[in-house]
Design a protein around this ligand. Structure first.
Ligand code: GDP
Length: 362
């Protein structure tokens, strides 16, 4: 068929009629379909043997939003539990640009210098990074990602903070069962995610920058209070002086906090992730922390508290979704919300009616 644009008033522009699309762009694509899911037994066996493919598949299952995957993932986690726990879980936070990727790249290689394995996980509920961007994370931590002992996994894709955090927490269990005795959990230090990370790690490292003159500004007291170590990055070149000044300021600010339950006094150090300066000192601090808390029993106690926290957290989130995902409840909520907003029913009566209906269905 001739195109209207082939009219002479469009001199110079010729539009050819298209070609029919082939039925499939790549007729061989079918061959690349995912293999069927392994059984729970196969997955657990593979994970415990340290098989990275099985580990990745199990993590994908944990991250899945499909209800049947949830049940399967829980079974795998349950069976991996007895093999997990023996590790150092370290949370690393800092605002974007603080140098987290650069630092994790070198911290990770430092940790692996004498062998062992390291899993780098992340909690970033706002993350636009999804499955395809694993490559993105690999380029962020270029040298580390080539290390045979490193397993780098981006944040579960965007969702509620609680949901994203729970998935990361469950992934820790799987990684430990696969022999990863060092776990880094990275988070962007801008919101609530620090609290979530704090609830799953043994040591919490806060990366800061110097150079603005008012370093303490904008750092929430709560985040500083959670930190077991504050490290000031980019202490190189002209920035060494400002970094040392920031170090002094953070040190005096920390004096204002009450002593920590761990018996550990948080330390403030300077380093340069890029030029790989002061890395051993940062790690020496972390080693000393673990020696202390393993000796005084806090390590175990904190893990127990965290296990309890996650039990209640999981109950809360499942109860909520059981309630809110029910289509009848959703319709009722919409209806009652209208009544409440137009002052025809009180909030309390509306809530009571909906809950009464929900419980009557049990
Ligand atoms: P992230 O957003 O926290 O992951 O930060 P990146 O690791 O991507 O670093 C942000 C920028 O700071 C990059 O351009 C890095 O090259 C730079 N950077 C990171 N660490 C250092 C350091 O120790 N010294 C200097 N001068 N620059 C650094």
């Amino acid at each position: 068929m001739d195109h209207p644009e082939n009219d002479e008033k469009y001199i110079g522009l010729t539009v050819n009629s298209g070609v029919a699309q082939p039925p499939s762009v790549n007729p061989y694509l079918k061959r690349h379909r995912r293999k069927p899911l392994p059984t729970v037994g196969e997955m657990v066996e593979g994970i415990v043997k340290g098989d990275i493919t099985m580990l990745s598949r199990a993590v994908t299952l944990v991250e899945s939003i499909q209800p049947e995957h949830y049940a399967l993932a829980q079974e795998v986690i349950e069976k991996c539990m007895p093999h997990s726990g023996d590790s150092r879980r370290i949370g690393i936070t800092g605002v974007p640009g603080a140098g987290k990727s650069t630092s994790i790249d070198i911290f990770g290689r430092h940790v692996l210098r004498d062998g062992g394995k390291l899993a780098v996980l992340a909690i970033d509920p706002s993350s636009e990074r999804t499955r395809g961007s694993i490559l993105g994370d690999k380029t962020r931590m270029e040298k580390l990602s080539q290390h045979p002992g490193a397993f780098i996994r981006p944040s579960p894709s965007a969702g509620s903070l609680g949901g994203v955090a729970r998935k990361t927490r469950e992934t820790i269990v799987l990684c430990e069962a696969a022999g990863y005795n060092n776990i880094f959990v990275e988070t962007v230090g801008v919101g609530q995610s620090e609290t979530a990370v704090h609830s799953m790690v043994d040591f919490f490292l806060l990366i800061q920058l110097a150079g603005t003159g008012d370093e303490l500004q904008g750092i929430k007291r709560g985040i500083m209070e959670m930190a077991d170590g504050i490290v000031i990055n980019k202490a190189d070149g002209d920035n060494i002086g400002p970094a040392q000044l920031a170090q002094a300021q953070f040190k005096s600010a920390l004096h204002l906090f009450p002593p920590a339950e761990s018996g550990w006094s948080p330390e403030v150090l300077t380093y340069s992730g890029y030029y790989e300066l002061g890395i051993a000192e940062v790690w020496d601090m972390i080693d000393r922390y673990f020696a202390l808390v393993k000796e005084n029993g806090y390590y175990e106690r904190k893990r127990m508290q965290q296990a309890r926290y996650w039990m209640y957290e999981t109950i809360d989130s499942r109860l909520r979704s059981h309630f809110y995902d029910n289509p009848e409840i959703a319709a009722m909520l919409e209806d009652r919300e209208r009544l409440v907003l137009s002052n025809r029913q009180s909030s309390f009566t509306a809530a009571r009616d909906i809950l009464d209906y929900y419980f009557s269905k049990k």
